[in-house]
Design a protein around this ligand. Sequence first.
Ligand SMILES: Nc1ncnc2c1ncn2[C@@H]1O[C@H](COP(=O)(O)OP(=O)(O)OP(=O)(O)O)[C@@H](O)[C@H]1O
Length: 278
Amino acid sequence: MDGVIIALNNVSKNFGRRIILEHINLIIKKGESIALLGHNGSGKSTLLRMICGLTNMTSGNIEYTARLKFNYVPEHFPKIDLTAREFIGYMGLIEGMPEKMVNDRSRELFHEFFMDEMMDVPIKHLSKGTIQKVAVIQALLQTPDVLLLDEPLSGQDSQSQMAFINLSKELTNQGVTVVMSCHERYLVKQLSHTAYEIIDKNLMPVNLTGLKEIDYDFMVFDANRDKNIDSSIMAGIEQLNDFENRLELIVRKNMSDEVLKQMLKDDFKLRSMGAKEE
Ligand SMILES: Nc1ncnc2c1ncn2[C@@H]1O[C@H](COP(=O)(O)OP(=O)(O)OP(=O)(O)O)[C@@H](O)[C@H]1O
């Protein structure tokens, strides 16, 4: 088939006697962006790791049409003493890049991810979302053929999520294939050409046109440590990002009025509100 670089044929994975993935078939094309959805523990990371050979499959096979350079960004990254700049510098040198090239490229990437201020902070003191950015920056120092990302958007504020989505589009335009696991269902249509959901050990295609029908609003409130969000509006909140000084809510549009009224009634102070950018 045209442009196919990886084909998973009937791939299954067991851990001990537990079946995690069963008879998975998946075609991956050059320059494609694929999102993997699925609840916690459904097997998204396992699938990503099998694609790049970090985890063995129990049965089935994976065909690669060429020798591919993979970069894999795990969900969890060790909390080390090195600063983000030092770490990226060492990784670039290990990859065999000239020092100037590493410095120029990393400065550019730190800037794109709003990390100029944090380059010299030891990684162990950075938040989960920021550490995830460092891992992504490392993976982008040299453009791979296939970039595998485990939940790159979790813990990121909306601005960084958008920066990441734009960067990911640039990469796929350059012919890089991006496969990522993602919990942010509302971002999938902007992020990916194709999406699958792992349901009951199987890979099911997600209808992206269907996802388009859900519209979201974006609300930012001042953080209020003394208050909890009322359980009656939780069903309308697609995602909640709790930052030190603010609370970001991605809200289903049809429940926006209800969510806003309840939040104001509960003394949360609204900072800004708008339609979620496409
Ligand atoms: N090395 C391992 N040994 C045994 N069980 C494992 C191992 N790695 C993963 N599992 C189990 O396999 C299942 C799938 O895990 P995986 O990390 O792939 O899920 P996930 O969809 O990425 O989850 P999350 O969204 O929480 O990151 C989980 O039940 C997990 O506990």
